[in-house]
Design a protein. Structure first.
Length: 408
């Protein structure tokens, strides 16, 4: 048994049924390796095997989000430092060969060399619940889309009386009508079988709609408890908020600063300069689902946020392309969202706007006309269902000017 003063680093190559563990000391000398079953008793033996060689500096684990997820949780619960190890370099693997012991030693060596520094997601809290719910929701949305496309495809070649009756309807109305249909006939009749299949697909779509709605309600319930202020940001709804939280994980402290978050979601500017040209381009790295969520935020703000519209007009006048402008906007949105995740700030209280307007005897239509906005937008702002800080400030100032008497 090694001395207690020996400092060791472990590397673990994870698989579905077994995990291979390798130990090296702080100077990179191999101390031993063993294979363990990927079960509860095997996890306990892994902890004993690693700690039995000396003081553990860190443990590099491959596949912390898949085969090594439970093992990483067990190691962290025992107070051990766990780092995520990427797949070994393919060129080096071709030169040195591949085996479970070699991969385990490679994982330990990458930690020692400082090539593996990422802290894995905890996967033991409400954000993990969001991830699981989103996985089921994504599957349901894909199945619903496939069923709707199949319905429309069948209607293309259906008899004329079916095409005339259903193809002119919108998707929601068509699904309701097909689900309520009562086909009658014989299984050897093409018209009857076609209608029977259409009804079955429509029933499946409605069931998937109910499943998606229930999942959305569960997602919103978790967000209301875990991150109630995240959806206060303009353009951030349940879908965007849940995706960004899943990307960050249950342990947001693993991200040291806002720049790391920007890199994680794929909006960190990448230099693309050459010769006399100095510019940056879009990053193709990071979590692409989170990047798409930020893209949705930017689209909403470009359509409804006055501050964003002014920024787009300014950058367009400077000669920036729409792609470059959206890259900048995603970077700004990432900074704002990171701050809201790590240091939540409540949205400004606009409950005073409606009483001020009513006291003046002014209608929503009049106020909206004066401000150049739609009445529905003013109504949403007054009821706290829309966040637009610039519009709220302008609206409040306009109301105060009408309230203050003009000196004679």
């Amino acid at each position: 048994m090694a001395s207690e003063t020996t400092k060791v680093i472990a590397g673990i190559d994870t698989h579905a049924d077994t995990h291979h563990v390798a130990i090296i000391n702080e100077h990179g000398k191999p101390l031993g390796d063993r294979e363990f079953l990927a079960v509860g008793s095997g996890y306990r033996k892994i902890v004993d095997f690693i700690t039995g060689h000396g003081a553990v500096l860190a443990i590099g684990v491959e596949g912390t989000g898949t085969y090594g997820a439970e093992l990483a949780r067990i190691l962290r619960s025992n107070g051990l430092s766990v780092l995520e190890v990427n797949r070994p370099n393919r060129a080096a693997r071709r030169l040195k060969g591949k085996s479970d012991p070699l991969d385990a030693y490679q994982a330990a060596q990458s930690v020692l060399d400082g090539r593996s520094k990422a802290i894995p997601k905890a996967k033991d809290g409400p954000v993990e619940c969001l991830r699981i719910l989103r996985a089921g929701r994504t599957s349901a949305v894909k199945a619903r889309t496939a069923a709707i496309n199949q319905i429309k495809s069948l209607l293309v070649s259906a008899p004329d009386k079916l095409r005339a009756k259903y193809r002119s309807l919108g998707t929601a109305s068509m699904l309701t009508a097909l689900q309520r249909a009562r086909p009658a006939g014989h299984v050897a009749d093409p018209d009857y079988v076609c209608m029977l299949t259409l009804k079955s697909l429509a029933t499946r779509c409605q069931a998937l709609n109910a499943e998606i709605a229930a999942t959305d309600a569960a997602l919103q319930e978790i967000l209301d408890t875990y991150a109630p202020m995240l959806c206060d940001l303009p353009g951030v709804g349940t879908e965007v908020a849940s995706q960004l939280l899943v990307t960050v994980g249950d342990n947001p402290d693993r991200l040291e600063n806002e720049a790391q978050f920007a890199s994680l979601v794929g909006v960190a500017p990448v230099p693309a300069s050459s010769g006399k040209t100095t510019r940056h381009r879009l990053s193709r790295g990071g979590d692409r689902n989170a990047n798409h969520a930020l893209y949705q935020v930017v689209l909403v703000r470009m359509a409804s946020c006055r501050r964003t519209k002014d920024y787009v007009a300014k950058r367009t006048a400077e000669g920036k392309s729409k792609r470059e402008i959206m890259r900048c906007l995603k970077r700004y949105a990432a900074r704002e969202i990171y701050r809201q995740i790590t240091n939540p700030q409540a949205a400004p209280n606009n409950s005073d706007l409606r009483p001020m307007r009513v006291t003046l005897g002014c209608t929503i239509t009049t106020a909206a006309s004066e401000l150049g906005q739609w009445p529905s937008k003013i109504s949403l702002l007054e009821r706290g269902m829309l966040r637009d800080d610039h519009l709220a400030k302008t609206y409040r100032q306009w109301l105060k000017e009408r309230t203050t008497p003009v000196p004679v």
